[in-house]
Write a protein that binds this ligand. Sequence first.
Ligand code: PLP
Length: 390
Amino acid sequence: MKINENYTELSSNYLFADIAKKVQAFKAENPKAEVISLGIGDVTQPLCPAVVEALHKAADEMGQGATFRGYGPERGYDFLRNAIVENDYRTRGIDIDADEVFVSDGAKSDTGNFQELLAADSVVAVTDPVYPVYVDSNVMSGRRIVKLPCTSENGFVPELPQEHVDVIYLCYPNNPTGTTLTKEQLRQWVDYALLNDALIFYDAAYEAFIQSEDVPHSIYEIEGARQCAVEFHSFSKTAGFTGVRCGYTIVPKTLPVPLNQFWSRRQCTKFNGTSYISQRAAEAIYTPEGKQQIRATIDYYMQNASLMREKLTEMGFTVYGGTDAPYLWVKTPNGMGSWDFFDWMLHSAHVVCTPGAGFGPSGEGYVRLTAFGTHENTEKALERIKTLKD
Ligand code: PLP
C-alpha cells in the first residue's frame, strides 16, 4: 500500500491534544483539584442576543417549506458577503468586491487548505513561534519551510527572509505572542512580496481585538497588498463562533495569478458551503445591536488581558502582547523550559498554560496565556500564581 509519507514528518500529536492528555492525567490523580485553563484559545462567553435571535429566526425558516434552504452558494450567501464588504472594508476605505469574499466554516479550514493552490516545490516562510496549522498543512504536502524567528531581541517582528521564499504566512495580531505589526512594518512585507514575486497569506483572526491606532486591521490597508495578499478572517473569537463555525477569506481578483478562480474551483469541488443558519448568525454581527454586543464581549476579554498584564508584571514576570490581542506571551522565570513551567503551573497552581515550545523552537522559554477565561477564573488563577511567587 502506498500512502502520503509526508505525514510521518509531522510531530506525532497536535499540540493541544498533548496538553489535554497531561491535564487529564493530572485530574485523574487529583480529582479534587479545581483546574483553571488559560491554555487553549477557546472562548467562554455565550453568543450575544442579536446572534441568538438570528439563529432562532433562521432555524424557523428552515422548518417551513416556503423558506427552507438546502445547499447554498459555495462562496456564501450574498447577504453575508455584502455585509462583510460594507462593514469590514468599505468603512475603512478599502475596495473589496463581493466576488472576492469566500465565506467558510472558519479560518482553520481555509488557512490549512489554501496551500493546495501552491506549487508542490514552493518554499514557505512562517514566523517562529507560529500557529501550527500553517506548518502542518505544508508538511503534509511535502513543502520546505523556512522559519523566521520572532524573539524579544527583534521585538517579535520577523526579519525579511535571507533566501527566496514563495509564500509568507503572517498572523497579526499574532497567535501565540499577542504582538502586532504597525502599518509601516507590514508595508515592508508587502513591498518584499511585490519585489520578490511572493504571496502573503495574512491571518487576521484577531483583528477585532486591536486597540492601537497604528495597527492595521487588514493587510489591504497597505498599498499594493491587493497584488500579493490573501486574507483570512474568523468569527470565532470576534463573536464566540468557535462552536457555530463561520469565517471568510478574501482572494483578490487583482493578484497576478488566478487564485480567485482556482480557490472558487477548489471550493466547488471540495466544500459544500457554510450552513445557512451560521451565515445568518454571522450577518447579525454587523447589525447596530450586534456590533455593540460583540464589542462588549471583546472588551470583557480585553479587561482580562489588561489585568493579567498588570498583575503578572507586578509579580516580576516579563510579559508581551495582551494590548491588541487576547494572548499574553510570558517569559518563564530563571530560564526554565516552557514544558517545565507548564508542569509547574499545572501541579502547583492548577492553572493550564500553553508551552511556547509547542509553537516552534523560538517559543522555548515562554508560555502563552489567553484572556478568554471568565473574570472570576482569571482573577483566581492570578491569585494562585501570586501566592506561589510570594
Ligand atoms: N487562525 C488563528 C491564528 C487562530 O488562532 C485560529 C484559532 O484559534 C484560527 C485561525 C482558526 O479559527 P476558526 O475557529 O475560525 O477555524
